[in-house]
Write a protein that binds this ligand. Structure first.
Ligand SMILES: Cc1cc2nc3c(=O)[nH]c(=O)nc-3n(C[C@H](O)[C@H](O)[C@H](O)COP(=O)(O)OP(=O)(O)OC[C@H]3O[C@@H](n4cnc5c(N)ncnc54)[C@H](O)[C@@H]3O)c2cc1C
Length: 457
């Protein structure tokens, strides 16, 4: 046995002494920990997967990892699209999936207290019984965990009205790199004592500490009818103008989605529907709340002024399902790199033009959907083979730079992870990049938490 293997065995023994059967070395479990949904796979198996069931377990793991200088990769549902949860040789994969208890739902104070491994949908099902709901709605909500949603500041279709995950976090229980357990934030809705460490942990992608519990805000379920406004625009410019005018006319849809014709063609094929005309684009909005009907009519009027033929009805979940079918539709075509740039809403038209230019320059197709109401675009690259071809990274690189030039960002909701770490300093600028690295080193002086994620090693 080589000395490295012996050291790993010793680490496993130490972990087993404290955590017993929670330490899993079964090769199929280790294999699963090597990847997430980004298409990235680590270079080999991690030392072990630890299926923790309590905050105290997490503290034990981090104490041992700290004492033995062993890197730890935190994992929720493994649905991430940035390679943040993938664990490799020499690393412990710390799985929160079994910390899946909903601890409390309070109608009086309108919050839920949950363990980090609770699945987003499960919380919503439970909250619904008390006429409450949890607003963050990533398309992965059937498999992603609340901890993962917080660690990536996940968003979804409803962000345009209800914001991302950050907006709903009151309090977090975290375990720091040395095993210390700390509660951050406030039980009250308001609270500004000290620095806002809750917000710092939201979107920190497992690099600052392990989130083990969260107290999250809930909203009352709204029983007003949801109205759906939809149109097939002759061209994408008309659809973008209609989306932008919706926002600039002070309207507040709960969903405002744009599907370009390449994306629509793939989805239509997948769902076996008739395809819409070339060059067209689909715009879908929904309104909810007490003024949903009048707001829907106002949106219809604005879209008609932009030359669109508009349909307005209550319900129409089939249209939302059409939009949500984007990912499975593209997966039928090959492997998919889902990008996630965001620009100010006013710059959407220019960003789409840049995407079309990049298509021409690289001779590829980039089917794109956009959360048009908040300027977050998901341009998709379809490829064959096990890794993203260099040519596609060059095209993505050009797209990131164009997004930054338009005042945008590399990632609206998926995170940096391993996939985009290379571009982090480009967006932040060198001095902010250095400042952020210093923040990481305060929380994790030995660099053991998710090494190589967000920051390059
Ligand atoms: C089909 C599909 C659709 C998607 N749609 C959306 C979407 O609409 N919006 C969106 O925002 N994302 C979307 N995603 C991406 C992904 O689902 C989200 O990023 C989600 O929040 C990840 O949650 P997870 O539990 O799977 O986390 P994982 O993938 O396990 O981990 C993601 C990151 O968070 C860290 N992490 C996980 N749990 C913790 C914890 N408890 N403490 C500290 N760090 C932790 C990990 O280390 C990693 O860096 C989609 C993914 C797929 C496959």
């Amino acid at each position: 046995m080589s000395s490295v293997a012996l050291e790993h065995d010793q680490i496993v023994t130490l972990l087993q002494e404290k955590l017993g059967n929670a330490v899993v070395c079964d090769s199929s479990v280790l294999e699963r920990a090597r990847s997430d949904k980004s298409g990235k796979v680590s270079s080999g198996l991690p030392i072990c997967v630890i299926e923790v069931t309590s905050t105290a377990d997490v503290s034990q793991v981090l104490k041992i990892a700290n004492a033995t200088n062993t890197p730890v990769v935190v994992r929720g549902g493994g649905s991430g699209l940035a390679g943040g949860a993938i664990a490799g040789p020499g690393e412990i994969s710390l799985s929160l999936e079994k910390m899946n208890r909903i601890l409390e739902i309070s109608v009086k104070d309108r919050f839920a207290s949950v363990e980090a491994g609770v699945i987003n949908n499960d919380l919503n099902e439970m909250a619904k019984k008390q006429n409450l709901w949890f607003t963050p709605d990533p398309a992965s909500r059937a498999w992603s965990t609340i901890g993962g949603n917080i660690a990536t500041n996940a968003g979804g279709l409803l962000c345009v009205k209800y914001g991302g995950t950050r907006e709903v976090i009151l309090e977090l229980t975290v375990v720091l790199a040395n095993g210390e357990i700390m509660t951050l934030g406030h039980k009250s809705i308001k609270g500004v004592t000290g620095y806002d460490l809750v917000s710092l942990f939201v979107g920190s992608e497992g690099t600052l500490g392990v989130i083990t519990e969260a107290r999250v805000k809930l909203r009352p379920v709204d029983h007003n009818p949801v109205w759906t406004i939809s149109a097939v625009a002759e061209n994408i410019s008309d659809a973008i103008e209609a989306a932008q005018d919706t926002i600039s006319n002070y309207l507040q849809p709960s969903i405002l989605e744009l599907i370009d014709n390449r994306a629509a063609r793939h989805i239509a094929k997948y769902l076996e529907l008739d395809f819409i005309k070339e060059d067209s684009a689909i715009l879908i909005a929904q309104t909810d709340g007490p003024g949903s009907n009048s707001e829907a009519l106002a949106i219809k009027q604005i879209w008609e002024k932009c030359g669109l033929t508009v349909e307005i009805e209550t319900g129409r979940e089939d249209l939302i399902q059409f939009r949500r079918s984007m990912h499975p539709a593209l997966e039928k075509q090959g492997n998919v790199l889902i990008e996630d740039i965001a620009v100010p809403v006013s710059q959407l038209g220019k960003m789409f033009l840049e995407i079309r230019n990049i298509e021409q320059e690289f001779g590829i197709e980039i089917p794109t959907v956009a959360h048009a109401g908040d300027g977050n675009l998901h341009p998709n690259f379809i490829y064959s083979g096990s890794t993203v071809p260099e040519e596609i990274w060059l095209a993505a690189d050009m797209m990131f730079k164009k997004a930054l030039e338009l005042g945008g960002t590399l990632t609206g909701e998926h995170g940096v992870g391993e996939l985009k770490r290379h571009w982090l300093a480009v967006e932040l600028g060198q001095s902010q990049f250095e400042l952020q690295k210093k923040i990481k080193s305060i929380f994790d002086p030995k660099g053991l938490l998710n090494p190589g994620k967000v920051f390059e090693n």
